[in-house]
Design a protein around this ligand. Structure first.
Ligand code: AMP
Ligand code: MG
Length: 395
């Protein structure tokens, strides 16, 4: 049985980012940039005013100075030349006119007809935003592997970048198996349970930019499973939930084998989620997730999402764990790295404290309802005292 780190390394081994495509900025939010993005222009592109007021020659201005107003400059408008004893009315964002070297803000003036009286002196450069003080044309604004977050998009758009190169979105085919599964909204039936994995796994995948296709639930039947797997192998990632253990009605592994998917590992030292299966056919990554809802969540967050991040070219592919501490003693069970369903509440110092729910188990979806994620007790760590630092998987 593989440890988590070793198993994840096997999943990530050899994954190449998908082929890039060029997309307009508004469609690039949350995607990953494939090549350096350079500023097309200086920022600011020209010297401009930070204030509404008057463009003046600093040497002309002192408390009580009267200047002749020669015109009005709006943002995006034309220009003028300011001579000795002159001022041009100017609005925030407008280019500094020829001759002027400072801005006298409107609050420090009184205007009468074509004259403006200053109530303060100004120094050269006051309230002027200089060309290129922020960014120079050609500066690198994003590096390959960076996620195009909202702040980054703002930086690119301002610098005249209109399109970016991003790896195409990964396609994921999701199959849930189990003859006992009822779709949401169906009347309850004896021996049946409501299917929840497709909803949850879908949501986790979409948050990382995958295009998910979902097949209808497949009964525990070899031929049906094989046909669904064969169809799903068209995608970059195939995920099959359920049926990956060794019972007489678990057909997923034989179906993978029949379709030529090569096993890389089966079983990981984690709880829940131990029977997780991973293999490949060509470039397609194939995950068999145990059907228990918590196992499916842990398997998706800890294995599938890193693989997706790697396909989408992200620099940091690791699960997004945060450091926190235990609110009460806890530890791994069964000598496996254990994901404890927990309520996560910030302590006085802002650090999240994990309070494991009373009920723990891979099927305990009720406990999930009162949780915010998992505290991770690594295998081999023994019993951890209250206050011990742990990684948290927030959901
Ligand atoms: P399996 O991995 O097929 O052995 O399933 C393990 C447990 O998870 C069984 O109790 C199943 O009924 C349950 N299960 C399997 N698939 C799902 C699903 N899609 N949604 C909710 N529970 C499931
Ligand atoms: Mg099953």
């Amino acid at each position: 049985m593989k440890d988590y780190d070793e198993a994840l390394a096997l999943v990530l081994d050899g994954i190449e980012p998908l082929a890039p495509e060029s997309v307009p900025l508004p469609a690039a939010e949350g995607r990953v940039i494939a090549a350096e993005a350079h500023a097309a222009i200086d920022l600011p592109p020209f010297d401009r005013t930070a204030m509404d007021g008057f463009a003046v020659r600093a040497q002309d201005v002192h408390d009580g100075a009267v200047l002749h107003v020669i015109g009005d400059l709006a943002a995006g408008g034309g220009t003028l030349t300011v001579g000795p004893g002159e001022a041009a009315r100017i609005s925030t964002g407008a280019a500094i006119p020829e001759g002027a070297d400072a801005i006298l803000k409107v609050e420090d003036t009184t205007v009468e007809g074509a004259s403006v009286t200053a109530h303060a002196s100004v120094r050269e450069g006051l309230h002027i935003r200089l060309r290129a003080e922020d960014v120079r044309a050609g500066d690198v604004l994003a590096h390959p592997g960076d996620v195009l977050t909202i702040p980054r998009l703002s930086a690119l758009a301002s610098a005249g970048v209109a399109t970016v190169s991003v790896p195409r979105a990964a396609t994921v085919s999701l199959i849930v198996t189990g003859s006992e599964l009822l779709p949401p909204g169906a009347p309850p039936e004896p021996g049946k349970i409501y299917e929840s994995n497709s909803l949850v796994v879908n949501a986790l995948l979409r948050a990382v930019g995958a295009t998910v296709t979902q097949q209808p639930p497949i009964p525990d039947d070899f031929e049906a499973t094989k046909a669904a797997v064969e169809a799903g192998l068209e995608s970059d990632i195939l995920i099959v939930s359920g049926g990956v253990s060794v019972g007489p009605h678990d057909h997923v592994k034989p179906a993978f084998e029949a379709c030529g998917v090569e096993e890389v590992f089966w079983r990981v030292r984690i709880k829940p989620g131990k029977p997780l299966w991973f293999g490949r056919r060509g470039k397609t990554l194939v995950f068999g997730l145990p059907g228990n809802p918590l196992s499916a969540i842990v398997g998706t967050a800890m294995f599938v999402l890193p693989a997706l991040r790697s396909l989408r070219g992200e620099a940091n592919v690791q699960p997004r764990l945060v450091k926190g501490r235990l609110g009460e003693p806890a530890g791994p069970s069964d000598n496996r790295t254990t994901f404890l369903i927990s309520k996560l509440l910030p302590d006085a110092d802002g650090v999240l404290v994990a309070w494991p729910t009373e009920r723990q188990g891979s099927h305990m979806t009720g406990a999930l309802g009162e949780s915010d994620g998992f505290a991770i007790a690594p295998h081999g760590s023994g019993s951890l005292p209250a206050g011990a630092e742990v990684d948290l998987l927030r959901l």
